[in-house]
Design a protein around this ligand. Structure first.
Ligand code: FEO
Length: 397
């Protein structure tokens, strides 16, 4: 596909990658994806984003259908992830006078890509960017999904260039969402994209979305997949739904454990009982039997997550590590954690899990609780004391 006019003097100049089957190492993409880039012509000419390295020639050819590369005045960088910045070095080699414009937080990343700080302008939130006959309002949207992320709103045409926000991985014949084949479930694809890319940042999304409320948006032009011109704000509203704070108003502490012989389970159930008596909802789950989607919901809904692991061969057990890996797939800011477990002779598992959670910037109760093999009455009294520590730890803010 070559360039496509999307409004007067506004063009899609992106590229398609229909054969991509894994995005960013972890995300299967059965419909491939697109790397959307846009060109806006006022008295000055701005390009919005570049494309992934490997597609540079096609991208340049699309731009040159509209204007020669050396007539471009600005490159606007919505964030610096390489699927959108991969052609930046070559673009600036071909047209060295282009001024690169980005969020002020993105300047260091751009410098790290270009290995130069020349012709680089950082913008603040709500900055106006005037092209002469076309004006862009900048909306900084940090952590949607990179720290340097921004969007811009083209005032004359009501187009929101939303970067990775409101995107979906889809590459087909159509450019707009209202032209998709009937068998494409865009809601599902957009939710899958949100779930994989945006869900760890729901707290930031809640802060960023109100910035868009004041804009009269007629079209949303994201950096992947279809553009939205009918019911343009539908996915902005869906993002509001999907990023709701699930822990708000819910006094919940979730307890997850793995157990071979029932000893770590015995501690888990006592902790749950104690916390329940202290006023918390306390769902208890064996990690080997808990669906990953359910586990992620429970992490999001809970103020704290208490994890029990036995120790095998000097380590926590694999299902517990798989559970801990889920923490980086959701928003865990402000969550607390504690660990416990039964062990035979060495008992490193609890501490290793605590250390990993601490490394993920989760506040962890410093001392795990451990019991040797079958917890005795004395051990269970210690579990009661440990439970009290958890309550104090949660309540201390
Ligand atoms: Fe599509 Fe965050 O790159």
């Amino acid at each position: 596909m070559s360039s496509i006019k999307i409004a007067d003097d506004v063009y899609w100049v992106g590229v398609k990658d229909p054969n991509l089957r894994i995005f960013d190492i972890i995300m299967p993409t059965k419909y491939g994806t697109t790397y959307n880039a846009y060109l806006v012509k006022g008295e000055k000419i701005a390009l919005i984003d570049t494309v992934k390295k490997g597609f540079t020639d096609e991208y340049f050819a699309n731009i040159e259908e509209i204007t020669p590369l050396d007539t471009i005045d600005y490159l606007i960088v919505n964030h610096t992830e390489p699927d959108h910045s991969g052609s930046m070095v070559e673009l600036l080699k071909r047209s060295p006078n282009i001024q690169v414009v980005c969020a002020s937080t993105a300047k260091i990343f751009v410098q790290n890509i270009l290995n130069s700080g020349n012709n680089l302008t950082g913008l603040k939130d709500n900055a106006f960017f005037e092209l002469g006959g076309k004006k862009l309002t900048i909306k900084l949207t940090p952590y949607m999904h990179w720290p340097d992320t921004m969007m811009e709103y083209l005032v004359e045409d009501g187009i929101l260039f939303s970067g990775d926000g409101f995107a979906a991985h889809y590459s087909g014949d159509s450019l707009f969402s209202d032209e998709l084949p009937n068998d494409i479930d865009l809601d599902r694809e957009a939710l899958y994209y949100f779930d994989t890319i945006m869900r760890p940042f729901t707290g930031h999304i809640r802060k960023n979305l109100p910035k868009l409320d004041e804009l009269d948006i007629k079209m949303v032009a994201p950096s992947h997949g279809p553009l939205f011109r009918k019911n343009a704000t539908a996915y902005i509203n869906k993002y509001k739904e999907w990023s709701v704070d699930k822990a708000e108003g819910k006094n919940q502490v979730a307890i997850f454990y793995a157990t071979s012989y029932g000893n770590t389970q015995k501690i888990a159930e006592r902790v749950a009982d104690n916390l329940n008596k202290a006023g918390f909802l306390t769902p208890v789950h064996d990690v080997t039997a808990c669906d990953k989607m359910k586990a992620r919901e429970l992490i999001e809904e809970s103020k704290a997550i208490i994890i029990g692991t036995p120790t095998f061969n000097g380590d926590a057990v694999k299902p517990v590590w798989e559970f801990v890996n889920l923490f980086s797939t959701v928003d865990t800011r402000g969550k607390k954690a504690a660990t416990f477990g039964s062990y035979g002779w060495s008992g490193e598992g609890t501490k290793l899990v605590s250390d990993r959670l601490t490394g993920m910037k989760i506040k962890v109760l410093p001392e795990p609780f451990r019991a040797k093999l079958v917890p005795s009455d004395k051990d269970m009294a210690e579990v009661d004391r440990f439970s009290g520590e958890i309550v104090n730890f949660i309540n201390e803010g």
